[in-house]
Design a binder for this molecule. Structure first.
Ligand SMILES: NC(=O)c1ccc[n+]([C@@H]2O[C@H](COP(=O)([O-])OP(=O)(O)OC[C@H]3O[C@@H](n4cnc5c(N)ncnc54)[C@H](O)[C@@H]3O)[C@@H](O)[C@H]2O)c1
Length: 193
């Protein structure tokens, strides 16, 4: 199964590095500005064990970083959105602009059946809007949108990801459920075009 992870912050980087342990063999991640440093093994966050994990997966060619998401998304069975949702100044609501920007970028690159999974922390209804944006930008896309919010804690993120105390997957489509569950290693669903 091929996975593309959009965002190389805490959630994206830890999830991407851990997914190979769960099941994935080919993992590509898309980040901005950080891809060269990440290739060199420079981790922009503090998380015990993450540098070793990333370095091992890069060396084994299971993990790759790029600022151009077109090829990784086109090849992916599942694309995870793990971009930031900072609190908006004033009303404190989550700023979803990065999530929606990622959805538009993904839409343009989709090829074949793909599950797009929101991993960022977002309010109810965001999945519908992500799907609407994708279909608006790419009406012929064969896509299912699912939700799989992350609950890892900084400083214990690798352990939390590998041994989650809860798993939440939201989707109305069985293929979406199976692909989303891959992120926890509890489902080894595979499909190729
Ligand atoms: N940090 C945590 O402990 C934690 C735990 C659970 C859930 N979350 C949630 O997960 C989400 C991500 O959190 P984080 O801490 O990893 O955020 P972060 O700010 O550390 O990282 C977000 C990353 O996304 C990148 N990005 C933004 N737009 C992009 C785009 N269009 N294409 C590619 N990359 C893009 C940014 O450059 C950044 O590297 C948030 O919704 C957060 O609330 C965070």
């Amino acid at each position: 199964m091929r996975i593309a992870m959009i965002g190389t912050g805490y959630v994206g980087l830890v999830s991407g590095a851990c997914l190979r342990i769960s099941a994935s063999r080919h993992l590509r991640r898309q980040g901005r500005r950080q891809d060269r440093a990440l290739h060199r093994g420079e981790i922009p966050i503090f998380e015990p064990g993450l540098d070793t994990l990333v370095a091992a997966n890069v060396k084994a060619k299971r993990l790759d970083f790029t600022t151009d998401l077109s090829a990784p998304v086109a090849e992916a069975d599942a694309v995870f959105i793990a971009v930031g949702t900072p609190s908006r100044r004033g009303d404190g609501h989550a700023d979803l602009s990065y999530v929606y920007a990622a959805a538009r970028e993904i839409a343009a690159a989709l090829k074949g059946f793909t599950v797009v999974v929101t991993k960022s922390t977002v309010p109810v209804g965001t999945g519908d809007e992500v799907e609407r944006l994708i279909r608006e930008a790419n009406p012929s896309a064969d896509v299912v949108v699912a939700s799989n919010p992350e609950f890892l804690r900084e400083g214990a993120a690798i352990r939390d990801f590998k041994f989650p105390d809860r798993i939440v997957v939201g989707t109305s489509d069985e293929r979406g459920r199976r692909c989303s569950a891959m992120s926890t290693g509890r489902c080894r669903s595979t499909r190729r075009r």
